[in-house]
Design a protein around this ligand. Sequence first.
Ligand code: AMP
Ligand code: ZN
Length: 114
Amino acid sequence: MSDCLFCGIAEGAVPATLVLETTHAIAFRDINPQAPTHVLVIPKAHYADLADLAAAGDGLLAEVAEVAHQVAVAEGIADSGYRVVFNTGSHAGQTVAHAHAHLLGGRRMAWPPG
Ligand code: AMP
Ligand code: ZN
């Protein structure tokens, strides 16, 4: 989608700090980090949200989750713990309509989230 910010990042048209790339997914640093490690993992192809990504049923969602864990290992937070979040829809505060997993870690986090 030409007007999608994260499609622009996936295509290299919008600058981002890439952390990891696999065949169908990329990971890059969040521009407004909420934790010492705050990385977004997206499918390169456009899916609006987790619902669309789950409905694709082609292993892409698993690849996104695997990349999140691989980044956690690379960032040195796999042992201390981390959180993976898909904000989905308005109540969750989703602001970018291209499915993305937030990988957060490097500090202790509160539960439940606000
Ligand atoms: P959400 O609110 O779950 O849709 O998350 C969108 C995330 O994208 C927010 O954490 C933003 O800080 C982040 N974000 C927005 N624009 C960019 C960008 N150009 N590069 C990296 N992260 C971004
Ligand atoms: Zn997109």
